[in-house]
Design a protein around this ligand. Structure first.
Ligand code: SAM
Length: 276
């Protein structure tokens, strides 16, 4: 008998994957957590029935959300990740020798436990000695932090449940305050095909606080539509320009210097979404 996982991306379209088995299925106080093993993508972490990461293509998302801001900043020493309980973003951050401290603020301890147990290749960076894990609401943590971080990465679930506030304009104001004078923030901001209003709304929200706001794209096969956006806000440095004064990270599978620059080249329909 064949077993298939189905995920609806809109009311009318979705993705199906043939599965080998279900490794975990449980409810935490915040969401339903599942880890399934699929033929195409290997192990997948699902939260409330939505793919968060897969062993086969996680490198695209994690490299692009981490190395773009960290390589645009001349000297990122203190970095925060809001959400990101699978640990993939942290794994990429700790590849940067300049980083002295990486703080992971994840609301749901059970996501971290699931990832440590079933996705060791993704969660391995969580054991780096520079990493501090806080089980807390990222909105509160950022509200209470002033002039602390060089880079803040918002690696959240879609805007439902506890993540709703992570997409609100007021939150980007708190992020601005939590960053140092030349700080940079980035947020994962969904698919421009299926969530154009969301992409435009977040861009406007970030742009209302940050003097430099840009959108960049990456291709992530397991995410809805495959075309994924990231919104980046910077106080001083142009995020599209790699700071070549600092050592570059090697051994990436998607990210490189050309991809960094090219990711900011937007198709016309996406450019229209973020037109001032
Ligand atoms: N790469 C993923 C994606 O875009 O689909 C996101 C991965 S990560 C698993 C997202 C995490 O954000 C979840 O573990 C969730 O618990 C966490 N999260 C949601 N709202 C949060 C909040 N307010 N504070 C901290 N973490 C939050």
């Amino acid at each position: 008998m064949e077993l298939w996982y189905t995920e609806k991306h809109t009311a009318n379209v979705g993705m199906i994957c043939k599965i080998r088995g279900t490794l975990l299925r449980k409810r935490s106080p915040y969401q339903e957590i599942a880890v399934i093993d699929t033929e195409q993508f290997g192990r997948m972490l699902l939260l409330d029935g939505i793919v968060q990461t897969t062993v086969a293509d996680e490198f695209v998302y994690h490299e692009m959300i981490a190395h773009v801001p960290l390589n645009a900043h001349p000297n990122p020493r203190k970095v925060a990740v809001i959400g990101g309980g699978d640990g993939g973003t942290i794994r990429e951050i700790v590849k940067h020798d300049t980083v002295e401290k990486a703080v992971l603020v994840e609301i749901d301890a059970e996501v971290i436990e699931a990832s440590r147990r079933y996705l060791p290749e993704i969660s391995c960076g969580l054991d780096d000695e520079r990493v501090e894990i806080l089980i807390a609401d990222g909105i509160e943590h950022i509200r209470q932090s002033k002039n602390v971080y060089d880079v803040i990465i918002i690696d959240s679930t879609d805007p439902v449940g506890p993540a709703v506030g992570l997409f609100a304009p007021e939150f980007y104001g708190s992020v601005y305050e939590a960053l140092k004078d030349d700080g940079i923030m980035v947020a994962q901001t969904e698919s421009p095909y299926y969530e154009p209003e969301q992409v435009a709304r977040v861009f406007t929200g970030v742009n209302s606080h940050f003097p430099i706001t840009k959108l960049y794209l990456a291709h992530i096969p397991s995410y809805s539509s495959g075309l994924w956006s990231f919104t980046i806000g910077s106080k001083k440095h142009d995020p599209a320009v790699i700071n070549r004064g600092k050592p570059q990270v090697c051994g990436t599978k998607y990210y490189n210097a050309d991809v960094h620059t090219a990711a900011f080249a937007l198709p016309e329909f996406v450019r229209q979404l973020v037109k001032p």
